[in-house]
Design a protein around this ligand. Structure first.
Ligand code: FES
Ligand code: FES
Length: 163
C-alpha cells in the first residue's frame, strides 16, 4: 500500500509516494540519494542513521517514511553554511580529531547541532547522555565529547547538581 506525503529535506520540498512499510532511512538514502544518512544496525542501536525531524534527532531506520508527512528533515548534507564552509559543529569535530572512518560522524554532528540549537545549557553528563545513542568504533569517544563541548561553548553548565 502506498501513500503520498509532502515533506522537506534540507529546505527542499518533496511530494513523494511511499510504501507504508518503508523506513525514512530507505527513502532518504536509497531513493533520494542522501547517502550521508548511514545504515549501521538497522534496528535503532547505533545512531548512524540519525536525522533531525523538526529539529529533533531520530533514528531514521525506526521512523516510517509516512510519518514524515508535513515534517522538515535535516541530514548531514544540509549542515554546512550557505557559503559552503563547514558549520561550527563540523569544524569542532575536525579540530578535535573526532572523525576517523566517519561512519558515525553524520549522526553525532546532527545530535550535537540539535543541542546547540536548543539554546539550553548542558553539563558534561548531559552531553554524554545526549550522545549515548551513537556508537563509534574508532575514536574512543573522548575526542567526540571534546568536539561536542567545543560546539556548545558558552552553554556548558558547571553546576554540581545534575538536572
Ligand atoms: S542504523 Fe539506525 S540506529 Fe543503527
Ligand atoms: S569514526 Fe569510525 S565509527 Fe566513529
Amino acid at each position: 500500500m502506498f501513500k503520498k506525503i509532502a515533506f522537506s529535506v534540507n529546505g527542499k520540498a518533496f511530494n513523494f509516494e511511499v510504501d507504508i512499510r518503508e523506513s525514512l532511512l530507505e527513502l532518504l538514502r536509497n531513493r533520494l540519494g542522501y547517502t550521508g544518512v548511514k545504515k549501521g544496525c538497522g534496528v535503532g542501536e547505533c545512531g548512524a542513521c540519525s536525522v533531525l525531524i523538526d529539529g529533533i534527532p531520530f533514528d531514521s531506520c525506526l521512523y516510517l517514511a509516512v510519518w514524515a508527512d508535513g515534517k522538515q528533515i535535516t541530514t548531514i548534507e544540509g549542515v554546512a553554511e550557505k557559503n559552503g564552509e563547514l558549520s561550527k559543529v563540523q569544524k569542532a569535530f575536525v579540530e578535535e580529531g573526532a572523525v576517523q572512518c566517519g561512519f558515525c560522524t553524520p549522526g553525532l554532528v546532527l545530535t550535537t547541532k540539535a543541542m546547540v540549537e536548543s539554546g539550553e545549557d548542558y553539563t558534561r553528563d548531559q552531553i554524554k547522555r545526549e550522545l549515548s545513542g551513537h556508537l563509534c568504533r574508532c575514536t574512543g569517544y573522548q575526542s567526540i565529547l571534546k568536539a561536542a563541548e567545543k560546539s556548545l561553548e558558552g552553554h556548558i553548565c558547571t553546576c554540581i547538581k545534575e538536572r
